[in-house]
Design a protein around this ligand. Structure first.
Ligand SMILES: Cc1ncc(COP(=O)(O)O)c(C=O)c1O
Length: 468
């Protein structure tokens, strides 16, 4: 269709310009041409940028220069590329619109080469080629689910070792699993035990179900077994929740000795433990899962893929306690969500079987490490974290209260989560959780971290005293 081609040609001509002789590497200059054209409005959200070969010929550069330029533009969040369809300008904010950097969402950073969209597009093409559309169109197709669970058993081997995983099930994220487990194992008024600072989704689910949440004291190693026993005896609680590996929010990892003590206490008191373990695969030195120390007894083990692969997979694998048929869990899950998406489960299985999942974990670790190093170099205050973790816990200096700090930071265009959001009881500690994965690139993360560091050093009490 000549008309469409002509329109494309003129669109290309509109946004390219000659290279500046001392303007730096040509691939960066091309990425800058895209950025400038978006700013000026000559490229708009949804516009297609030319195929790489076409642009290379037009600009008189070789193909690898344009390939690098598009990777750079993807990294800057300017374009998205789709296999077989090409590259397109992403959503563009209004000129002059405030640039806000959100460090509240605990999501993994995208791989540095900006290849996520391509990976997902290719993976979904593959899933559609390998599966009948009828199987992907239904709720929990038996053979499809069975095949995905077989793949998951291999995936979970490093975490669960020789545990019997025949009762493994899959659901649309650990949040759904937590809700289903609480709903099926407790009734309104029952007590749930957990750390004083814990995953807010747990608090949300427990409160929604009318459960009483009781914090168990801990020390430098995490929840104390004697405090667990005392809390159990005083409250009659039967359920305890732990996120012992790279805890959300404190980034603390419970050492093996304490895990053994907790496992023994859970078994002796015949408690049911919910071990929520979404961060394990980001850490190469994670101690054994508590589920392996109880031999699988009395423990629900939750392995979400949201933090080690991609939150949009909405997939978590759940191993119910040994000798539990999983029936209670299944009915809780059915009541909450009718299972998970067959299409996404197909993608998960494909990524696991093809080795893509392992590679993606490594990419995320690589990018997380770079972001942690950036944080280490820009934040002068001490933080609690892990070299390949995706968040950090920052205790505020005495002159800052967490609410004033998050508010002041908000005014600077940066958002973090304050300790309040994670506290079982009214807050005892002034601290914030800083998530490193959300910003599209290290440059925007760096700019947010600089603002955090500068604000930490400001003592507003002193400056306000000067006015009274
Ligand atoms: C400890 C913990 N559990 C569960 C979740 C949610 O997992 P999913 O995305 O699988 O629902 C999160 C997300 O932040 C988390 O930090």
């Amino acid at each position: 269709m000549p008309l469409a081609d002509e329109t494309k040609e003129s669109a290309q001509a509109r946004w390219t310009r000659p290279f500046k002789p001392k303007g730096g590497p040509r691939y960066i200059q091309i990425a800058e041409m895209i950025a400038e054209s978006i700013q000026s409005g000559s490229l708009q959200s949804g516009d297609q940028v030319p195929p790489q070969r076409t642009l290379a010929a037009q600009l008189g550069v070789d193909l690898t220069t344009v390939t690098r330029a598009y990777a750079e533009a993807r990294n800057r969040g300017l374009i998205a590329s789709y296999s077989g369809r090409g590259s397109f300008v992403t959503g563009v904010s209004e000129p002059g619109a405030e640039v806000r950097i959100d460090l509240t969402m605990n999501i993994p950073p995208q791989p540095a080469n900006g290849a996520m969209a391509e990976l997902v597009g290719k993976g979904l093409d593959d899933v559609l080629r390998r599966n009948r559309i009828e199987a992907l169109s239904t709720y929990q197709d038996e053979p499809t689910t069975r095949s995905a669970l077989q793949a998951a058993q291999g995936w979970l081997k490093p975490a669960l070792g020789d545990l019997d995983t025949r009762a493994l099930s899959v659901c649309s994220g650990s949040q759904a699993a937590i809700f289903a487990i609480l709903a099926s194992c407790a009734k309104p008024g029952d007590t749930l035990l957990c750390d004083p600072l814990t995953y807010p989704g747990l608090l949300l689910a427990a409160r929604q179900l009318g459960l009483r949440v009781l914090a168990v004291e801990g020390d430098a190693d995490g929840m104390r077994p004697d405090a667990l026993e005392r809390a159990q005896q005083q409250s009659g609680a039967r359920l305890v929740y732990l996120n012992p590996t790279f805890n959300n929010p404190t980034a603390h990892t419970m050492p093996i000795g304490r895990r053994q003590q907790i496992a023994a206490t859970v078994l002796r008191l015949d408690l049911t433990l919910i071990e929520d373990d979404p961060y394990r695969y980001l850490l190469d030195d994670a101690p054994a899962a508590i589920a392996t120390l109880t031999g699988g007894a009395n423990t629900f083990y939750l392995a979400s893929l949201s933090k080690c692969l991609w939150p949009s997979l909405r997939t978590s694998f759940v191993l119910p306690p040994r000798r539990d048929t999983g029936e209670r869990l299944q009915s809780g899950l059915r009541a909450a969500s009718m299972g998970c998406s067959a299409l996404l489960l197909g993608l998960v299985e494909h990524w696991i079987r093809s080795g893509t999942a392992k590679q993606l974990v490594q990419e995320i670790q690589r990018e997380a490490r770079a972001r942690q190093q950036l944080a280490g170099s820009l934040l002068t205050a001490p933080v609690q974290t892990h070299p390949t973790g995706i968040h950090l816990w920052l205790a505020l200096p005495a002159h800052w209260n967490q609410n004033l700090f998050t508010h002041a930071l908000d005014e600077l265009g940066v958002n973090v989560a304050s300790a309040d959001s994670f506290s079982v009881a009214p807050q005892t500690q002034d601290a914030v959780r800083v998530s490193l994965g959300g910003p599209a690139d290290q440059a925007s993360l760096g700019s947010a971290l600089r603002k955090i560091d500068a604000l930490l050093k400001e003592d507003r009490r002193r400056s306000s005293r000067a006015f009274v």
